[in-house]
Design a binder for this molecule. Sequence first.
Ligand code: PRP
Ligand code: ZN
Ligand code: MG
Length: 224
Amino acid sequence: METQRLRIAMQKSGRLSQDSQALFKSCGLKINLREQRLIAHVENMPIDILRVRDDDIPGLVMEGVVDLGIIGENVLEEVQLIRAAQGQPFAVKTLKQLDFGGCRLSLAIPDDVEYQGPASLAGKRIATSYPGLLKRFFDEQGLSFKSVMLGGSVEVAPRAGLADAICDLVSTGATLEANGLKEVEVIYRSKAVLVQAPNPLNDAKQAIIDKLLPRIQGMQQARE
Ligand code: PRP
Ligand code: ZN
Ligand code: MG
């Protein structure tokens, strides 16, 4: 059964969680996120908030399981690249660029290793959760590499002897520093975006979105 309540997915815990929550709050949504529940009901509007792993959000939006999602462009672009390589479409609509979640996808190597441009990584093993974006960068450089796919804890790969370098998101740089790695190349810059499912929504849901978007717009302008 199709619900009349608008469903929005956000990252449960991570770089985007606090800001996503703050965005909802400043749009006037009253949410109780204190409990460890997957779904939180907005008290004063017909909206449900789903809190999931960020990497799951593009799929949930694409399949229409949720109507909207807040996600990093990096994750969106990666899913799009992987699907394109498999000949599959990816029709998620970007509704709004948000003014938080800024980060970069970078190559990093152990502190004590010398770096002389991307060519010094040719043929090396690189651990990443973003094989699509990494391959695009190396293709553009006309270089090859060995992709070591890791869903998480990418930063421990060189120390563990699993890889020579990593390609992961960097925000403050604290994770790299704590793991004896140095950032040597930025391959993608990203911010958070609000995305919508490909199929048109019913009138009730569309009306809520039409109410939310100007509020987000106004808030971001006020912050500029
Ligand atoms: C990214 C990345 C690092 C961290 C870097 O994780 O994988 O773990 O952020 O941030 P820092 O430079 O401020 O230390 P993300 O928030 O995307 O979470 P996830 O790995 O669970 O998807
Ligand atoms: Zn993630
Ligand atoms: Mg991480």
